[in-house]
Design a protein around this ligand. Structure first.
Ligand code: F6R
Length: 615
């Protein structure tokens, strides 16, 4: 949600910043801008729309300099206009600032500043922040790096909200300053050059050595040195980390879209989620990162799974998986509800915050609320250095690799894989026998190959997608652990193709939804050969009796579905607890191909951003 990158060094800043912005574009793409220190002044270029528009604006009106900041926006305060695009300036016009996050008390601060004579050019909360820093800088009279950092401290003490920011000042040309609270910021260390960025993908082409800033930390960066301190003024013992990400991870490779690449990565991302975590000898899963002994896990009498969007759908599927494998009661809560709901929870309730990015504001708030109440709260995250990963009491990383497509795909199946491992682990310290544990492990080991087989359905799914591309409304239906997969299928279609779609448990149809069925409304049934197959068949018959087209996801070898459904996609056979992972694959491909056929920008759907760091 908004991406920022700043550069200071010996090279021309524009190519570094534009390339970084392209890597960060998945975080927001309403508008973009660059500000450079150039000949004792700050030059700025902005454009509404994609980074390509900004690149064109710069090509038409070039700027040069070796220190600069830049931003790609996902609008929160103020419409998508050139005036609202970052960077924003202070009252003097000498200080430029880019910001990711939300200043919640910006209106009060803005009113106060206006009363004091400040004039604002945009409707953004960010411009208020720029004015505050500039005001403190002018008042201090200290026109040095220390003066700028001091001014930033003073301004940040006045704001309520979240920020990842980068600042330059034309009177202090050799300095780039950044700070964070609630929105990620990483400092990249190069040779006689440094970077500040919202995430490492923006800078890994230049350096692998980074410092992940913590909340309330400020970095003052020069070509050949940097200092990190806190907003309250104390020094910081920082740690330099090595980024493991491969450079390929930030490229589409042979695929037309990141989403398709990430769908195809699932055999390996699922394998990576399981790697080193299956013990055939003990017939159980090993999740050492939970930081809990078997005795402590045995004492857990209830689990709460929380997350947003796709992660919430994984949680819902996790409820079925863990309850069936481990017989531990599980409750799922939207993180946005959990944080304000005051859920009654016993001492032995274990909470999991599920988040691909590890930065989702609501999920982070839910984690903190749960910890505040004294509950052990664990994370299931993909982004290793993320705030949720760092603040949780332990957890399990997804190891899915960078997910750039805005629509979550591989992270979803990795979340399901980890929740299945958790079910196995909790089951084995309860009622599951050694032999049962061994069977589950054996089945899980086959999973990556089964997913690869499911991906072979791509061509036939593409044909189905073309057939239904003009439908205005879709229903997705499934039972048991495939009900959350139906929800996820509907979400995928909505977010990338803008077609209205809803997910329901199959049997809920007749309680109202059936009113939507007509010849133009396709229903996608997830109906594998499982314990509720016959029940699904009855629901399909109900739709067919009303002339509704049916696309069914069934199990290889099935012949019953083809007799009553319009289109049938058959996934490999697997035990009930693994089928949701396999049934998710054709739904991802179906949405993808429909969206492509409609000419939608699948990697950057309208109004969305990859990581929602505002409430
Ligand atoms: C859907 C999607 C979102 C995210 C949600 C949570 O495709 O990407 O619904 O799943 O915003 O994001 P994370 O998992 O980063 O907390």
């Amino acid at each position: 949600m908004c991406g920022i990158i700043g550069y200071i060094g010996g090279s021309e800043a524009v190519p570094v910043l534009l390339e970084g912005l392209r890597r960060l574009e998945y975080r927001g793409y309403d508008s973009a801008g660059v500000a450079l220190l150039s000949g004792g002044a700050i030059e700025v270029r902005k454009a509404v729309g994609r980074i390509a528009n900004l690149a064109e604006a710069i090509q038409q009106n070039p700027i040069h300099g070796t220190t600069g900041i830049s931003h790609t926006r996902w609008a929160t305060h103020g419409g998508v206009t050139l005036e609202n695009a970052h960077p924003h300036f202070d009252a003097s016009g000498h200080l430029a600032l880019v910001h990711n996050g939300v200043i919640e008390n910006y209106q009060t601060l803005r009113d106060r500043l206006i009363a004091e004579g400040h004039v604002f050019k945009s409707q953004t909360d960010t411009e208020v922040l720029a004015h505050l820093v500039g005001e403190a800088f002018e008042k201090s009279g200290d026109r040095t790096k220390e003066g700028l950092v001091g001014a930033l401290r003073q301004a940040l003490r006045q704001v309520i909200g979240t920020y990842g920011i980068a600042v330059i000042h034309s009177e202090i040309p050799g300095v780039l300053v950044g700070a964070r609270r609630g929105s990620p910021l990483v400092l990249g260390i190069g040779k006689d050059e440094h970077f500040l960025a919202s995430d490492v993908s923006a800078i890994i082409a230049h350096t692998r050595e980074v410092v992940y800033l913590n909340d309330y930390e400020i970095a003052a960066v020069e070509n050949d040195r940097f200092e990190i301190s806190t907003v309250s003024g104390s020094g910081v013992d920082f740690q330099v980390s090595k980024v493991e990400l491969s450079a390929d991870a930030v490229d589409k490779g042979k695929y037309p879209h990141f989403m398709l690449k990430e769908i195809y990565e699932q055999p390996s991302s699922i394998r990576d989620a399981m790697r080193g975590r299956l013990s055939a000898e003990e017939a159980t899963a090993k999740l050492g990162g939970l930081n809990m002994t078997n005795g402590e896990l045995r004492a857990v009498d209830r689990i709460v799974l929380t997350g947003c969007g796709t992660a919430f759908h994984a949680a819902l599927a996790g409820e079925y998986l863990i309850e069936s494998l481990a017989h531990v009661p599980v409750e799922c809560e939207f993180a946005s509800e959990f944080r304000y709901r005051n859920l009654p929870m016993d001492r032995d309730t274990l909470v999991f915050a599920i988040s691909q990015s590890g930065e989702t504001a609501d999920t982070l708030a839910a984690l903190r609320e749960s910890q505040r109440k004294g509950h052990r709260t664990l994370g299931i995250c993909n982004n290793v250095a993320s705030t949720i990963a760092r603040e949780s009491d332990g957890g399990a990383y997804m190891h899915a690799g960078l997910e750039i497509g805005v629509a979550a795909t591989k992270s979803f199946t990795s979340q399901l894989t980890i929740l299945t491992l958790l079910g196995l682990l909790l089951g084995r310290i309860r009622h599951l026998s050694h032999a049962e544990g061994r069977t589950i492990i054996h089945e899980m080991e086959k999973l990556p190959d089964l997913v690869a087989k499911a991906l072979e359905l791509d061509e036939s799914i593409q044909r189905v997608a073309k057939k239904y591309v003009s439908a205005k409304n879709f229903l997705f239906l499934g039972r048991q652990a495939n009900y959350p997969i139906a929800l996820e299928g509907a979400l995928k279609l909505k977010e990338i193709s803008y077609i209205s779609a809803s997910g329901y448990p199959s049997a809920e149809l007749k309680h109202g939804v059936i009113a939507l069925i007509n010849e133009e409304t396709p229903s996608v049934f997830i109906a594998p050969q499982d314990a509720v197959f016959d029940k699904n068949i009855s629901n399909i018959e109900e739709v067919k009796a009303r002339k509704g087209p049916v696309i069914a996801i069934g199990t290889e070898g099935d012949t019953a579905l083809a007799k009553i459904c319009d289109d049938v996609i058959l996934i490999p056979h697997a035990p009930d607890y693994l089928t949701p992972i396999l049934s998710a694959i054709p739904l991802q491909l179906l949405s993808y191909h429909i969206a492509v056929a409609l000419g939608c920008d699948v990697d950057k759907p309208r109004n969305l951003a990859k990581s929602v760091t505002v409430e």
